[in-house]
Design a protein around this ligand. Structure first.
Ligand SMILES: NC(=O)c1ccc[n+]([C@@H]2O[C@H](COP(=O)([O-])OP(=O)(O)OC[C@H]3O[C@@H](n4cnc5c(N)ncnc54)[C@H](OP(=O)(O)O)[C@@H]3O)[C@@H](O)[C@H]2O)c1
Length: 315
C-alpha cells in the first residue's frame, strides 16, 4: 500500500456513506486521498484518514473549494424513496456540481451512479426517477468527461436488499412472492462496481453503461437459493402482481423500508436482469457464496455459534 501522504491523486465522493461508498473507499483508499461529502460519520472513513465534510449535497452552494485539487469525482448520493420536495434540492445540488465539474479542467472523470430503465410511467412520475434522469441528462449534456454507471440490484455486506430479504425469511419463516417470480435479476457485487469504476477510468470518457452481475437469475430461483442457504425449505406468501404492489404500498405507509411499491413494480417489469459487465480482467463475484456467508452470519448472530466455530468473513 502506498503511504497515505504520498498518494498523489485526490478523489471527491458525494454520498459515500452507504453500500457503494464503502466499496469505493476500499478500492480507492490505497491510491487516492479521499474527500467525502455526506451527512453522517462513518467509522471506516475516520480509520482510513478520509477528509469527511459533513454536508448535504443538496445544500452545497459552491463546489469550488471541495473540487480543489481533485482529479476524480464520484457521486453516489441519492435517497431510496421520497417526494419531489426531498429529491428536488438534492438534484439541484448535483446540477450545480455538474456545472462546476465541467468548468474544472483538473477533473479527469466525473462518475455518477444511476439506475437501469424502469417502466415509463415510473420514469415520468416517480420523484426518485424523474430527478435521477434530470441529473443523468444534465451530465450527458455537459462537456465533462463523465461516466454514468447504471447497475441493477447490488449486493455486499450489510446491504439493504438481499441481506434484508434473508433476515426477513429467517425471522418470519416465510417470504412474499411477488407475482409468478418468473422475472429476472442479475445481482452485481458492490466490490465489482468499485472495480469497474477504476477499470473504466482507463476507457473512453462520456459513456453510460448498464451493468449486470455474472448470472441472470429467475427471481424465484434466487429466493429459493436464499432459503437453501438458510437451510430451510422455501415458503412463500403467494401474491398477485396487484396484491404485491398493495402490500408494498401498505408497508411503505407504515414506515417500513423493507420494500417500496416502485421496487416491486420494477421487479415485475423484468427490467432488472441486464447482461453482465464483461470488461474486468477477472471474473465477477457470484452471488451464491455471498448468500451462504450471509446465512452463516445471521445464524451466528442469532445463536452466538457458527458451524465452523468462528464468525464468517465479510464480503
Ligand atoms: N444499492 C443498489 O442496489 C443500487 C442499484 C443501482 C444504483 N444504485 C445507486 O448507487 C448510489 C449509491 O447507492 P447505495 O446503495 O450506496 O446507497 P446507500 O447505501 O443508501 O448510501 C447512499 C449514501 O448517500 C448519502 N446521502 C444520501 N442523501 C444525501 C445527501 N442529500 N447529501 C449527502 N449525502 C447523502 C447517505 O449518507 P449520509 O446519510 O451520511 O448523508 C448514504 O449513506 C445511489 O445513487 C443509488 O441510486 C444503488
Amino acid at each position: 500500500m502506498i503511504p497515505a501522504d504520498d498518494r498523489p491523486r485526490m478523489l471527491l465522493v458525494g454520498g459515500g456513506g452507504g453500500l457503494v461508498g464503502r466499496a469505493i473507499l476500499r478500492e480507492f483508499a490505497p491510491t487516492h486521498r479521499i474527500r467525502s461529502v455526506h451527512r453522517h460519520p462513518v467509522a471506516e472513513e475516520t480509520r482510513l484518514g478520509v477528509e469527511w465534510v459533513r454536508a448535504d449535497v443538496g445544500g452545497v452552494r459552491s463546489w469550488a473549494d471541495l473540487l480543489e485539487g481533485c482529479q476524480l469525482v464520484v457521486n453516489l448520493a441519492w435517497y431510496r424513496s421520497g417526494s419531489a420536495r426531498r429529491f428536488r434540492p438534492l438534484a439541484d445540488g448535483l446540477l450545480r456540481l455538474t456545472e462546476e465539474v465541467a468548468a474544472s479542467p483538473g477533473v479527469h472523470r466525473f462518475v455518477h451512479l444511476s439506475v437501469p430503465d424502469a417502466p415509463s410511467h415510473l420514469e415520468g412520475e416517480l420523484p426518485y426517477l424523474y430527478y435521477k434522469r434530470r441529473v443523468d441528462r444534465a451530465i450527458e449534456g455537459t462537456a465533462a468527461p463523465y461516466l454514468i454507471l447504471r447497475p441493477t440490484m447490488l449486493f455486499g455486506r450489510s446491504d439493504r436488499l438481499l441481506t434484508v430479504m434473508m433476515r426477513t425469511m429467517k425471522r418470519f419463516g416465510r417470504f412474499p412472492m411477488f407475482g409468478d417470480g418468473e422475472y429476472h435479476v442479475s445481482p452485481l457485487a458492490s466490490q465489482d462496481l468499485a472495480a469497474i469504476v477504476r477499470w473504466e477510468l482507463g476507457g473512453t470518457p462520456r459513456r453510460s453503461l448498464v451493468l449486470g452481475g455474472p448470472e441472470r437469475w429467475r427471481y424465484r430461483d434466487l429466493t429459493d437459493r436464499m432459503w437453501s442457504a438458510l437451510g430451510r425449505p422455501p415458503r412463500y406468501w403467494q401474491l398477485s402482481p396487484a396484491g404485491s404492489r398493495r402490500i408494498a404500498s401498505l408497508l411503505e405507509h407504515l414506515g417500513s423500508t423493507l420494500i417500496y411499491e416502485y421496487e416491486v413494480e420494477w421487479l415485475l417489469s423484468d427490467r432488472l436482469g441486464p447482461p453482465p459487465y464483461e470488461g474486468l480482467p477477472r471474473p465477477l463475484v457470484r452471488v451464491a457464496p455471498f448468500l451462504d456467508e450471509t446465512a452463516a452470519q445471521l445464524q451466528f448472530r442469532s445463536d452466538g455459534s457458527h458451524h465452523s466455530g468462528s464468525p464468517p468473513k465479510g464480503s
